[in-house]
Design a protein around this ligand. Structure first.
Ligand code: LLP
Length: 430
């Protein structure tokens, strides 16, 4: 799975690199990203979208999943766009000269400074609410500039893994609702503003979704709204951005549809609706994050203390934890792992893999069957490429691990390991 291999020495290896050799050079905990897989994932999205929409579509990588200069550079080289949600993500993108017109700026509470930066650079802004609309309009007028905007709609569909519900979704902090006319009046208001150029509509229905049906439903709801705008306001909207959320495989239990299946389903719906209802096919934007980087990352740890509590639990603690991967603590997320020195060993014993933070909830994997573990061995936790580094923290003042990028047997550091000096850099002594 995930293109993992066994090295000539019998250790776990990736992209032709023995992971024990990698650990010797870079230490642990260590985030490892696989550039070949990242580019392959991007290209699967690109070619699949191209198949159905030709030049009339764009993949924009949701950088919140993993945002570094190197990742923005890869997205840029692949010719895709970028979804950013903060001045920090925008700054990172601009620092590698990312084309501003391919950057979409999201967020439910962008600041004045962030919007100013976005207008100055000419990035597309996904408007979330009326206050933001007013603020943006003021900024544009002050600067005598125009901004391209999309409007974030609450489509009334919420999807998580296998379940999705179609109810009112007014109770969300993101976007404007369809059912109470809020979205409609926002469109009207934007159309009245000369300094704002309404280029599209956006929605996002959830994350780690395993079904194609909610995407079809979301597309239909959005297209209905576009038709309404055309009929009632004579306004033809160019871009339909359907967000991200395509599920990935974390453990053997997960069976997400292939990327191509998601896009095929969306394309079918768009095709059918537009031809039957006489709407011009919009330019389709998709915003995958997890499905581009999730399976393309692993985290390497050193196993420290092992505590076997008879009839209760076997704890194996590693040298990282919720500071580098808070997803079990936050969502009870599940992961699979291998022992680097013994990848094919028979899995005979159940362990709970704990971190080293002062917190009982600091767990990485609860109840995983592994070969008998020994202190000093190394553990590779799989599919940690999304929302791990990007959600990491310095709790307990643990320095963040380094990130290395693998490609064709070569490893490159793309984020340096933090030092104790880094931790106190902004502290001011009294
Ligand atoms: N577009 C928008 C507007 C989003 O809010 C998100 C994710 C995405 C795209 C990308 O979704 P993806 O393709 O990565 O599922 N921290 C959570 C995930 C939060 C996702 C938030 N929004 C986790 O670790 O599972």
């Amino acid at each position: 799975r995930y293109n993992l291999e066994i090295s000539p020495k019998g250790n776990l290896s990736w992209e032709g690199i023995d992971l024990l050799d990698l650990i010797e050079v870079y230490g642990t905990p260590l985030y490892v990203m696989n550039e070949t897989m990242i580019r392959e994932n991007i290209n699967r999205f690109k070619s699949s979208l191209q198949k159905y929409f030709g030049e009339n579509g764009l993949i924009i990588y949701a950088s919140k999943a993993f945002c570094t200069k190197a990742m923005c550079r890869i997205a840029k080289e692949e010719g895709i766009g970028l979804d950013v949600v903060s001045g920090g993500e925008l700054y990172t993108a601009l620092s590698v000269n990312f084309e501003p017109n391919k950057i979409f700026f999201h967020g439910n509470n962008k600041t004045y400074d962030e919007l100013e930066m976005a207008v100055d650079k000419g990035v597309k802004i996904v408007l979330d609410n009326f206050d933001e609309l007013d603020m943006l309009s003021l900024i544009c007028k002050t600067k005598n500039k125009k901004a391209d905007v999309l409007i974030r709609i609450k489509p009334g569909i919420e999807a998580h893994t296998h379940e999705f519900i179609r109810t009112g979704q007014i109770d969300s902090k993101f976007g404007v609702a369809l059912e109470n006319g809020e979205a409609f009046s926002m469109v009207q208001k934007v159309l009245q503003k000369e300094e704002l150029n309404l280029v599209g509509l956006h929605c996002h229905i959830g994350s780690q979704i395993f079904e194609t049906a909610p995407f079809k439903l979301a597309a239909r709801v959005m297209l209905e709204f576009m038709l309404k705008l055309k009929n009632e306001l004579g306004c033809e909207i160019e871009i339909l951005d359907l967000g991200g959320g395509f599920g990935i495989k974390y453990t053997a239990h997960d069976e997400p549809p292939r990327i191509e299946k998601f896009i095929e389903a969306i394309a079918e719906e768009v095709e059918e609706f537009c031809s039957l209802r006489g709407l011009k096919k919009p330019f389709i934007v998709l915003e995958p994050g997890r499905s581009i980087v999730g399976e393309a990352g692993i985290t390497l740890y050193t196993i420290g203390s092992i505590k076997e509590i008879p009839k209760v639990r076997n704890y194996a603690s590693v040298d990282g934890g919720m500071t580098d991967n808070p997803r079990y603590a936050l969502y009870q997320a599940r992961y699979d792992a291998y022992v680097v020195e013994n990848p094919l060993g028979e899995r005979t014993k159940v362990y709970t893999i704990a971190g080293r933070c002062c917190e009982s909830g600091d767990i990485l994997i609860k109840d995983i069957k592994l070969p008998e573990l020994k202190t000093g061995q190394h553990l590779a936790i799989l599919a940690t490429g999304a929302y791990n580094y990007s959600m990491s923290s310095n709790y307990n003042r643990f320095p963040r691990p380094a990130v290395v990028l693998l490609k064709n047997g070569q490893a490159k550091v793309i984020v340096k390991r933090e030092t104790y000096e880094d931790l106190v850099r902004n502290d001011v002594e009294i």
